[in-house]
Design a protein around this ligand. Structure first.
Ligand code: GLN
Length: 481
């Protein structure tokens, strides 16, 4: 097979083998990967821009290491896409917002530095909802992303471009960000694997802030083993992010083969409110596979689940209103022209630079933090957050992992939910609980609906038990029909 034909099917393992056997060089691979991605991208709009110079220079350094007989790194030559809310030195980073349309960061995010050090080749930056606010990728200032499985449908959001690129084969793996489901839900909608680690497992340094207590960098890949490798590369303590945890990083790839017999699994009743839906059925079929592998499955209850959407949309908007205050036309690129006074300049810049969803969240967030409303909304939501986290703590006393749907339904049509923000928010019901509790979670493909749309099964484990979660996902992936 020629290299060009192989591109959409490459894995981290197959690239390593090809490089070591000298079937191709990293430079040849990068050239082909860029050509393929640039040609295919108009079908989905997954990438906002490419960075060929940076990619080819990374590839050259892998080839030089190989020529010297040095270890080229875990991700040597692997074409990677990075969500455009993660900063890249010298490469435009827009957060899919007009506000940052021309922003060229002077530094790399820590996760990006880790990719570089592991020999990865960043091809470009992926589209998303503006400042990662959304569930369909329709809030991008640069046009929506189309789902590669069905171009009339959304890829999910906010990391829609990162999931679509991997599903389409224009990246082997990608980085996304997840504040309330933005890695898991698009992975589920596009039929790929998406993992959000424990809060603190991966540095947020260089991740453009949306809601700092909820923001995570996560990973997308076409299989569980590539997911484990990518997580391995980016996990760990970082002095530049005080919320990153000084917890040792285990060998995730080694953990994959551990076996799952005897593992205790909980099915939270509140996540299967509609057991007859196609989505629930596919997830429950997946649970049967795990039973066959010797997992002990039981139903459990997580009683505060129903309050999660309300609490999340208060906390995330409050934090967003504060984080987005910095975009005032003074420091970050976009500035409205022709304002008479400084106050006008602020107003006009924010009025013109932010899209509708960002404005909605800034207003909502400012309201819930304001004097007189703080106790009724923000403080109450924080208390609910504690109760939701406690549901997880109690569940994990009884079981090792939880299984749930990722989303109540598969990918919906472009435009279908745009007029009703409330419906859009409610669709996050199964993903935001884990975000509020900070536990690791992932979506693994578990089948397709009668209409051919992918559905993901969500796996959640205890804080810092990404290894157990990946082991379960790997066993599932290898044994599902
Ligand atoms: N859909 C959720 C929201 O709109 C989650 C977004 C995210 O995880 N970044 O806030």
């Amino acid at each position: 097979m020629t290299l060009a034909l192989e591109i959409p099917k490459l894995t981290i393992g197959s690239i390593r083998e090809g490089l070591l056997k000298r079937r191709f060089s990293a430079t040849e691979l990068t050239r082909e990967a860029l050509r393929f991605a640039e040609a295919e991208n108009p079908k989905t709009n997954a990438y906002l821009h490419f960075c060929p110079e940076r990619a080819l220079s990374a590839a050259r350094s892998v080839d030089e290491k190989l020529a010297r007989g040095e270890d080229p790194g875990l991700l040597a030559g692997v074409p990677v896409a990075v969500k455009d809310v993660i900063v890249t030195k010298g490469v435009r980073t827009t957060a899919a917002s007009k506000m940052l349309a021309d922003y060229i960061p002077p530094y790399d995010a820590t996760a990006v530095e880790c990719l570089d050090a592991a020999g990865a080749v960043i091809l470009g930056k992926t589209n998303c909802d503006e400042f990662a606010m959304g569930s369909s990728n329709e809030n991008s200032a640069f046009g929506p992303v189309r789902n590669p499985v069905d171009p009339e449908r959304v890829p999910g959001g906010s990391s829609g471009g990162s999931a679509a690129a991997v599903a389409q084969g224009t990246a082997v793996v990608s980085l996304g960000s997840d504040t309330g489901g933005s890695v898991r839900q698009p992975a589920s909608f596009c039929g790929v694997v998406g993992l959000t680690p424990t809060y603190g497992r991966v540095s947020r340094y260089g991740l453009i802030a949306f809601a700092s207590s909820l923001d995570h960098i996560g990973v997308v890949a076409r299989n569980v083993s590539d997911t484990a490798t990518l997580l391995q590369v980016i996990a760990g303590r970082d002095e530049r992010d005080s919320t990153s945890a000084a917890v040792p990083v285990p060998d995730y790839m080694a953990a994959l083969n551990g076996g799952v017999r005897g593992m205790k699994i909980g099915l939270p009743r509140e996540y299967f409110k509609d057991p007859d839906s196609e989505t629930s059925k596919l997830v429950l079929d997946g649970v049967e596979v795990l039973k066959r592998l010797g997992c002990e499955v039981r139903e459990i209850s997580m009683p505060h689940t129903e309050y999660a959407v309300a609490a999340y949309y208060i906390i995330c908007t409050a934090e967003a209103s504060s984080n987005l205050a910095r975009y005032d036309g003074v420091r970050y690129t976009f500035r409205s022209r022709d304002s008479e006074t400084l106050a006008d300049m602020y107003r006009n810049t924010r009025g013109e630079g932010f899209g509708a969803e960002c404005k909605r969240r800034i207003m909502l967030g400012t309201y819930v933090l304001s004097a007189g409303y703080y106790d009724a909304y923000y403080l109450k939501a924080q208390k609910v957050r504690t109760l939701i986290a406690r549901d997880f703590t109690e569940a994990f006393r009884e079981v090792d992992a939880l299984i749930a749907p990722v989303s109540p339904f598969p990918a919906f049509k472009l435009g279908e939910k745009l007029d009703d923000p409330m419906q859009m928010y409610l669709s996050d019901i199964y993903t935001i609980t884990a975000s509020l509790a900070g536990v690791p979670c992932m979506s693994v493909p578990c089948g397709v609906t009668s209409g051919g749309l992918p559905v993901g099964m969500q796996i959640l484990t205890r804080h810092f038990d990404e290894a157990g979660m990946l082991r379960l996902a790997y066993a599932f992936e290898r044994n599902r029909a």
